[in-house]
Design a protein around this ligand. Sequence first.
Ligand SMILES: NC(=O)c1ccc[n+]([C@@H]2O[C@H](COP(=O)([O-])OP(=O)(O)OC[C@H]3O[C@@H](n4cnc5c(N)ncnc54)[C@H](OP(=O)(O)O)[C@@H]3O)[C@@H](O)[C@H]2O)c1
Length: 343
Amino acid sequence: MSFVSQFAALGSESKVADALLWSVFALGVLKATTFVLSFSSVLVDLFVLPGVNLGKYGAKKGQFCVVTGASDGIGKEYARQLAQRGFNLVLISRTLSKLEDLKADFEREYKVDVRICAVDIAEDSSENYSKIQEVCSGVPITMLINNVGQSHSIPVPFLETEEKELRNIITINTTATLKITQIVAPLIVKSAKDARCKGLILTMGSFGGLLPTPLLATYSGSKAFLQSWSAALAGELKPQNVDVEIVLSYLVTSAMSKIRKSSKMIPNPAQFVAATLRSVGRRSGAQERYATMTPYWSHAIYHFVIENTVGVYSKLANTVNYTMHKSIRNRALRKAARQAKKQ
Ligand SMILES: NC(=O)c1ccc[n+]([C@@H]2O[C@H](COP(=O)([O-])OP(=O)(O)OC[C@H]3O[C@@H](n4cnc5c(N)ncnc54)[C@H](OP(=O)(O)O)[C@@H]3O)[C@@H](O)[C@H]2O)c1
């Protein structure tokens, strides 16, 4: 007897039981099919489809891309790889000398036009936004990379988080990102229309926002905020031919993560940005979310597995995350104590 006929025999006693069993069976088939299709889509996005042609966003057409937090880490790589692909740049960051060096390097190496703007984004002052407005005015801009971000210096209980750290995280990750987008997005809409291409706004999210992360509560909340804000903005700007995407990342080697050695789970910024730019518009690991991408292959599979097993909001995910960050905190405190002893 086949599996289906065995299954049908189970319910033959009553019509209600029969209907119930067939509904459960159909639901199971639907779930399994959705899972297989969804995972196939992750693999196709990551390993089969060719890289996206950024010409549709104005590459090599004299257009500019604005990159925030451009002087180090992931932002510096966005700037470098976008210059390589033929975008002129507006680089915004804190340290003028680093921006001046990058401008000289990129203009010499990639023959692109680079404008720079040094502001401390944590200040949230009208002078800063005027400077940003000024450096962006008069040039055609079709892309914005909202990359600047700050996390906690080490994992810390929310009730012990210093006010300055809390304020800086919220100001840099949310308020300033929104205000910069309000300055740049209208310019993108206009330039994309004039250049007959699409506009693009990418915002750096994080697994810290995907999964509620104990001991990084303020950072976690700020990145979750960006997730919803960015997806909402995607709906608003779609009719104006501007794609808006949040980019989710697990750890990447950088000053912020304090991780120097890359591995299969932890790419360096060059690897992470290359994966992002080749798959703009594809969800990769973020199959269940609109206008969201988890572009790096191991992060993508990790995202898919969590989402399709315990779920990102589960007690288990929260507990594992707490244990991991508690251990990171303890190690950081021991290191700080050793350094204090040496001095
Ligand atoms: N690294 C990771 O593991 C990871 C994981 C997930 C998401 N992300 C996200 O990716 C983004 C980039 O992170 P990253 O690791 O590349 O960081 P990073 O290496 O610390 O670089 C941060 C950049 O932002 C600039 N910046 C910081 N504070 C600023 C301020 N107050 N005003 C102006 N500019 C400021 C820095 O400028 P200076 O050079 O002048 O200091 C630097 O260029 C962030 O949004 C982060 O949340 C990172």
